[in-house]
Design a protein around this ligand. Structure first.
Ligand code: SAM
Length: 297
């Protein structure tokens, strides 16, 4: 018996009495993955400056929300990079996120909007695998790689169950995931990939930024370590970890299929282009499955 098997639940052979049930253990916490799903979002000012030029996905989701008949649920709403523009275009958005700093920044940004826009955004702090809002939406989004923080099958299944509960009949679930590329996953662990130095928006210091990549092919998780070295004080360097599960296209399709969704189509960019082998992103559009899951062939 390996340690993972746990104690036997069979009857005690000498007395015939049922063996005592072992207390149910909480699943072991994986601190490396936990850090990889929180740390990058601890500093919303840095997050906002890093992705300020990323605008195509914002326009894509705003257009989707405008075509949708009602309010939007956005998982991984963050500091509202996408939710606030959706609200500016007249749609109500409910966001779910587990990061307190990102949600605090969302509140601050929303407070700077005109009152009618601010009134359209609300957010719930919680885990996307667990939060139950007890209402349904015609459009449910999981934007900008939020789903890459679902590291194991159980995470994905819990999350997709929450999406099913919140998706109105006939509604659309849209999730974008970066496409795993062999070249990216094959980057040498321990080798520094430098990005130009810049003035860090939070500390105000000029920093050298190096990134390290370490892909674990068993867990299919890409660990990224972002190192920031202040030029004036290298000893004050710090590292921010980020962990991204890598979902291959056929794998994600199967996960949707076996968790109650039909794929409507997949875009390969945020201009509505087809998914090709050169696409950097997969934008999956799914709906409630209209068929019952098949049994064994
Ligand atoms: C890449 S950011 C996307 C933020 C925003 N949608 C955007 O496009 O800028 C991913 C977000 O997912 C959130 N997140 C990660 N894991 C989560 C979980 N298990 N439950 C809720 N939110 C989670 C993070 O806190 C972060 O704000």
């Amino acid at each position: 018996m390996t340690r993972r098997d746990g104690p036997s639940r069979k009857a005690d052979a000498s007395t015939g009495a049922p063996a005592r049930q072992a207390p149910r253990r909480a699943p072991a916490r994986d601190f490396e993955l936990e850090a990889g799903s929180f740390a990058h979002y601890e500093d919303p000012a840095y997050y906002a400056s890093s992705y300020a030029s990323r605008i195509e996905d914002v326009a894509y989701y705003v257009a989707l929300a405008q075509r949708s008949p009602g309010p939007v649920l956005e998982y991984g709403v963050g500091n509202g990079r996408i939710a606030i523009p959706i609200a500016r275009h007249g749609r109500n958005v409910v966001g779910v996120d587990h990061s307190a700093p990102m949600l605090a920044d969302l509140r601050a940004r929303v407070a700077r909007e005109p009152a009618e826009v601010a009134a359209r955004v609300s957010a719930v702090r919680g885990d996307m695998r667990r939060v139950r809002l007890k209402r349904r939406f015609p459009l449910v989004l999981a934007t900008f790689n939020t789903a890459l923080h679902l590291y194991v099958r159980d995470d994905v299944e819990r999350f997709l169950a929450r999406v099913r509960e919140h998706l109105a009949p006939g509604g659309r679930f849209v999730v974008d995931l970066s496409m795993p590329t062999i070249a990216d996953l094959a980057r040498m662990a321990g080798r520094a990939y430098s990005v130009p130095r810049f003035r860090h928006p939070t500390t105000g210091l000029v920093v050298k930024n190096r990134e390290y990549f370490d892909y674990d092919p068993l867990r299919q998780v890409l660990f990224v370590s972002m190192e920031f070295v202040p030029v004036s004080d290298p000893a004050a360097a710090w590292i921010t970890p980020l962990a991204h599960r890598q979902f291959f296209p056929r794998e994600w399709e199967a996960l949707l299929h076996y968790n109650g969704f039909d794929v409507d189509h997949v875009d390969g960019d945020f201009e509505g282009g087809l998914l090709t082998k050169d696409s950097d992103v997969m934008v999956w559009h799914a709906k409630h499955a209209t068929r019952r899951p098949k049994g064994r062939p």
